[in-house]
Design a protein around this ligand. Structure first.
Ligand code: GAP
Length: 483
């Protein structure tokens, strides 16, 4: 696996990701996706949406606004509780995220560590400011919300926030969506969109940014109806589980439920469904694990949470959180807005306030980073990088090369014949070997070479083998290979 620095350099060189505002020295925690990055990112989003929304009868999607009434964030608890722990240098005033400072200084895992523990570790280990070596302050809370003003007057009553998660818009629109989409519990509402957090220490390239995208689902059930009708689809899935109070084990979902490692069927179902989504994208099982949050680590709204973690080049880190939010959010919004957010239940002829039994929340930029880490290989035999991206998400599906300039017209005809059905790229410059290498580096699974013979050759990224195909069979062959 490449280091994170190697990957960032590679992504920039190939047009996947650039530091934002680079000509002005960049802006920490902000990135721009280049001409290939945007294709890969869009393909991941499309695949996620197809799998989680369009292929399911029980989930619908929305696209909410980034700025909404500040009352939303008061009710959700984000204004009062959405905080990270900050430590400040008493002299140079540099600010550090407490857990990151501890991890960097002591080389230990510090996820979910408390303020008291941070203060004690700083004192016991005489940790000083990494920049000027002066004394550090006690740990304090720091709110991560980005604020702005609505309209021309910059006053407290016009203050608003950029959303730090997409989830709240699902809760505020819950009643409208449930009624208009005629949803009956259990059901889910999904959303893909930008979120913003004023992270104290943005770092590790796309892993922790200040502007990022989330792909989230709120899955609602009738309180007490904990049996998941889909559990059989996933019960043989084997996952490396790290429960908060038990030993690490690789077990099937069935065994995890039987042994009460995971308590709720729905929670187990969503953990396995999300795990399988990654496995189907080619992620290796040994690079994934699921870790349960300890009590101190749980977010203010959550009663249980499992993180799917990936073995990034900088260690095991959260890719996706799957939290049980209960009825925290709907209760808060009902109370604060005065609107009844319960649904009428035909079976009991009464109103019920739905429970969010699982909230699979996946960072798109983090998944992008993971897929780059997982697929990057510096192939010494070929003398170039090969990106073994899954065919479902590659930026370019087919590259078309005329062997020499004289074959340009034949090459162009082929491009026109294929472009409506496949994402094609036409390249006539450089040796064919160099052209193959350029496509390997960006993950293109098939290159078609046009020569003077009958038909064309298709070259496979994984094996480098070439196969001659008749023009009349070409489209079918490509469909077979790609879909
Ligand atoms: N609605 C629940 C929620 O937002 P979270 O664990 O704070 O939960 C969910 O975030 C996911 O969003 C994370 O697992 C991660 O993939 C992504 N994420 C969170 N903060 C991020 C950041 N600063 N940069 C990139 N991705 C981030």
């Amino acid at each position: 696996m490449p280091t994170i620095e190697e990957l960032a350099t590679f992504c920039k060189k190939k047009g996947f990701v650039y530091p934002s505002s680079e000509i002005y020295g960049g802006l920490a925690g902000f990135f721009d996706y280049g001409h290939l990055g945007v294709e890969l990112k869009n393909n991941i989003k499309k695949l996620w949406w197809k799998h989680h929304v369009q292929n399911r009868e029980d989930i619908v999607g929305i696209d909410g606004s980034i700025i909404c009434s500040p009352k939303v964030w008061k009710a959700s608890g984000h204004i009062d509780c959405f905080e990270d722990i900050l430590v400040e240098c008493k002299k140079c005033k540099s600010r550090f995220r407490g857990d990151v400072l501890i991890e960097d200084s002591l080389k230990i895992v510090a996820d979910g560590i408390s303020k008291t523990e941070i203060d004690k570790l700083i004192q016991d280990n005489k940790i000083a400011c990494p920049k000027c070596k002066s004394e550090l302050s006690n740990a304090n809370d720091f709110n991560l919300m980005f604020s702005t003003f609505i309209g021309p007057k910059q006053s407290e009553e016009n203050k608003a926030y950029l959303r730090p998660e997409t989830a709240q818009i699902i809760f505020t629109d819950f009643k409208l969506i449930a009624e208009h989409a005629r949803l009956k519990l259990p059901f889910g509402i999904a959303q893909i969109g930008k979120s913003f957090r004023n992270e104290i220490s943005p770092r590790n390239f796309l892993f922790r940014c200040r502007e990022f995208e989330q792909m989230e689902i709120e899955y609602f059930i009738k309180p007490g109806e904990d049996k998941c009708p889909f559990i059989q689809e996933v019960e043989n899935t084997k996952i490396n589980l790290i429960p908060s109070e038990k030993k690490e084990e690789i077990v099937t979902v069935k065994a995890a439920l039987k042994n009460k490692i995971i308590k709720n069927e729905w929670h187990a179902y969503w953990l396995a469904t999300e795990y399988n989504f990654l496995i189907n994208l080619g992620v290796k099982a040994e690079h994934l694990r699921a870790r349960q949050h300890g009590k101190d680590e749980l977010a203010h709204y959550s009663s249980d949470c499992w993180d799917l973690e990936y073995k990034f080049p900088f260690g095991w880190k959260e890719l996706q959180g799957i939290a049980d939010r209960g009825n925290y959010d709907l209760t808060q919004h009902s109370k604060t807005s005065g609107k009844d957010l319960s649904l009428f239940d035909e079976a009991s002829k009464s109103k019920v306030l739905a429970n969010v039994v699982a909230e699979p929340s996946l960072g798109l930029d983090r998944l992008f980073l993971l897929l780059m880490c997982e697929s990057f290989e510096n192939d010494e035999k070929r003398g170039n990088v090969v990106l073994h991206l899954d065919k479902k998400i590659v930026p370019i599906q087919i590259a078309i090369f005329p062997l020499i300039n004289k074959l340009n017209d034949k090459g162009r005809e082929l491009f026109d014949m294929l472009k409506d059905e496949f994402v094609c790229f036409y390249d006539k410059s450089g040796s064919v070997g160099r052209r193959y290498a350029r496509q390997d580096e960006i993950g293109t699974p098939y290159c078609i070479t046009v020569d003077f013979e009958e038909g064309v050759t298709i070259r496979d990224r994984e094996t480098t083998k070439q196969e001659r195909v008749d023009l009349k069979d070409l489209k079918n062959k490509l469909r077979e290979l790609l879909f």
